[in-house]
Design a protein around this ligand. Structure first.
Ligand code: 9MJ
Length: 682
């Protein structure tokens, strides 16, 4: 190839790189893309092709290198040319006042101009650019020596790999913080949960875990971002020498993200109002911060103030009150929610966290207690963030006493003593006393009287709240015992409206079986299921007496719904309320029911089949019918609970799933043998 041609390819590669980096900046840093994603992808692929064809032009600074490189064996160490110091902390207004006073005294000034910045809760890093190209990137480490994480930092799209052509300095070290935006953190945890992988406790841990990876491809797959807040070593005539604020603007002009919330303020008043203002915005910021940072704005003043024992005298971090604290778990009890869900709660040695005293923290559910291994007596980290319920974040295992007690879910509801059950596929345990349990009363009564259930007009939330709070009504059966005298005592209840309510209650006595079943509020029994139950069983006593296997012969009733129904009627408290309702005159028409086999168990009752692939002698629909006639269910997906997977030709992934779960697999012939056999026995 001619020399000129080669030169032109080199030029083409360079142009593509510059263009791609320009779009990276627009997209990731400014959040203002200029071209559609597909166009960007085309540029990227063109560059990849050219670099593959002309490997002599592949350089470390190419945007194609952002996708991660060969995994490292270990990180090498990098000594910082200028130490990366940490900041002293201020925890109160008076700490800030003392700082401001020291600065004023040292500079012999009455009032100081500061730059105020949010304090990112991320990982401090240093980025070294030589002749405008990112050469090395390192963690802060101990301030003197950090780890070389260049490959990982290059995968972060908001970090420029090449500085803009205009006026890059020969050497520039940029310092800032790598972090994960809250939205990216939530999305990452969702992905991790779906894959059954590690869940990160907070965005900072997620960012740290993603950044300290020997395999930079993992870092590349995580959404990390970067904000610049200062300059370390620098050989640069263009670097402003007047103020901190002009340095930040300079970094911005070189393509580095700088926090939008940065502000120049004057004196104590300016500092504290900035602190308050950022504190108010905190929940709505896209990233986590743990305070704000104040820096003397004039660089000459910064120099004069200098450093004291590894921290600058010209800056201070004003921290928000701690959101995490250590305390001891005194007991673990359970709370019953409006839907009957039992939530374990840690009773804590009172501890002051982020401005409030915590005495309780949620443990979410039993799986979480087991995952975190929380026991009574443990010393734990409790955390509160914004409006969310305080939670136990982790256990300090070294502090576990010998007699620490393992928590067990109580077998009975602490409120109404009904049985506690855990439904298939649910994380939570539930109280089965739906109609009876005080904790579930309001919910149960509102549902009972709702339009599609018993349709008691005028019985709204405010009224039910009052009735329950004043203990006039404890269960739905009490509604039918209400008299005018009790009602007119309630707030905003005139004689006339009380009369209307009583009339509506009276009217509701005449109902249908489907409505009544729906009104009971049995978990997983919606309107359609209630209608099916009424249609197939015809009367309530049959529903109360039926077993799980027969229930599952009703179309669309699977093991989860069947179990909910059985649990509900097994609870004597619920049966008592139903009896009281019938005794009060609630009635409906009953009939024979369509479930002809309800009293006889079919040979394949309780079994579940899944069909996949094409059958030779019949359609899948016909096979389904044959199987169902013998009492089994035919489901669409394979799980551990599937009894048989029937495989025709060209089976789908259901076959693979059956193999991996060890579920019995039958071909068409074997299915026919099984069906004939059970038919002849029955
Ligand atoms: C953070 N973490 O946001 C500094 N920082 O300045 C800001 N940290 C800092 N500045 C000098 N905004 C040392 C650390």
């Amino acid at each position: 190839m001619m020399c000129a041609e080669i030169d032109s390819i080199k030029q083409q590669i360079q142009n593509l790189r510059a263009e791609i980096e320009r779009h990276n900046y627009q997209y990731y840093t400014l959040d203002a893309p200029l071209i559609p994603d597909a166009e960007y992808d085309k540029l990227f692929v063109s560059l990849q092709h050219l670099e593959r064809a002309y490997p002599q032009f592949l350089t470390e600074d190419s945007p194609t290198q952002r996708v991660g490189a060969t995994p490292l064996k270990e990180f090498t160490q990098i000594k910082h040319a200028i130490a990366m110091l940490s900041l002293n902390n201020a925890f109160s207004d008076s700490d800030v006042e003392a700082f401001d006073r020291r600065v004023k005294e040292a500079l012999l000034k009455d009032s100081i101009e500061y730059v105020a910045e949010p304090k990112f809760d991320g990982i401090a890093v240093s980025l070294r650019y030589e002749n405008g190209i990112l050469r090395t990137g390192a963690t802060r480490g101990d301030g003197e020596v950090g780890e070389d994480i260049t490959l990982n930092l290059k995968t972060i799209r908001t970090i420029p790999i090449v500085l803009p052509q205009k006026n890059y300095p020969p050497l520039l070290e940029v310092r800032g913080e790598v972090l994960m935006l809250k939205a990216d953190f939530l999305a990452l945890n969702e992905r991790q949960a779906r894959k059954g992988e590690k869940i990160f406790a907070n965005p900072r841990n997620a960012a740290a875990g993603s950044l300290r990876q020997l395999d930079s491809k993992i870092t590349a797959s995580r959404q990390l971002t970067f904000f610049a807040y200062g300059v370390g070593e620098c050989v640069d005539t263009a670097l402003p020498t007047s103020t901190q604020h002009s340095v930040l603007n300079y970094l911005l002009s070189l393509g580095f993200p700088v926090a939008q919330e940065v502000k120049v303020v004057a004196g104590m008043k300016g500092l504290l109002s900035y602190y308050q203002s950022i504190g108010q915005q905190r929940e709505n910021l896209p990233y986590d911060i743990d305070g704000v940072v104040y820096k003397v704005n004039a660089l000459r003043d910064q120099e004069q103030l200098g450093f004291v024992s590894r921290a600058p005298r010209f800056a201070i971090a004003h921290k928000f009150p701690a959101q995490e604290a250590l305390t001891q778990v005194l007991d673990i009890s359970v709370q019953v929610g409006r839907t009957g869900a039992l939530t374990p709660v840690a009773r804590l040695q009172p501890v002051f966290v982020g401005g409030v005293t915590l005495t309780n923290a949620t443990l979410h559910n039993l799986d979480e207690i087991i995952r975190k291994d929380v026991r009574v007596g443990d010393t734990v980290v409790v955390r509160r963030a914004g409006d969310v319920i305080p939670e136990v974040a982790s256990v300090i295992m070294e502090k576990r006493p010998q007699n620490a007690l393992i928590f067990q879910m109580p077998p009975h509801c602490p409120i109404c003593h009904s049985h506690v059950v855990r439904l298939i596929d649910e994380a939570v345990f539930r109280c089965t006393g739906g109609l009876f349990c005080l904790a579930q009363r309001k919910q149960a009564i509102l549902h009972f009287s709702s339009r599609r259930a018993m349709n008691i007009e005028g019985l709204g939330e405010k009224l039910v709240d009052q009735m329950v709070d004043q203990a006039i009504v404890r269960t739905p059966a009490d509604l039918y015992r209400l008299g005018l005298a009790a009602l007119v005592n309630l707030e905003r209840m005139a004689q006339k409206s009380a009369g209307n309510i009583l009339q509506a209650i009276e009217k509701s006595k005449q109902t249908t079986l489907a409505r009544f079943i729906y009104a009971l509020g049995i978990r997983n029994v919606g309107e359609t299921t209630a209608k099916d139950l009424a249609k197939y069983l015809g009367n309530l006593d049959r529903l109360i007496a039926i077993d799980e296997i027969h229930l599952q012969q009703i179309p669309d009733i699977g093991p989860v719904v069947a179990q909910s129904i059985i649990n509900f009627f097994a609870e004597s408290h619920n049966r008592e309320v139903i009896e009281q309702l019938r005794a009060s005159g609630v009635h409906w028409a009953e009939h024979e029911g369509k479930l002809l086999h309800a009293d006889s168990i079919l040979p394949l009752s309780g079994k579940t089949f899944v069909l996949t692939g094409t059958l030779a002698t019949m359609s899948r629909e016909q096979a389904k019918e044959k199987i169902e006639t013998l009492g089994a269910k035919v489901s669409n997906s394979v799980s551990k609970k599937t009894d048989y997977v029937i495989v025709g030709s060209d089976p789908g992934s259901k076959h693979d799933k059956a193999v991996s779960l060890g579920v019995a697999i039958l071909n068409e012939d074997e299915l026919m043998i099984l069906l004939n056999k059970v038919q002849s026995v029955s």
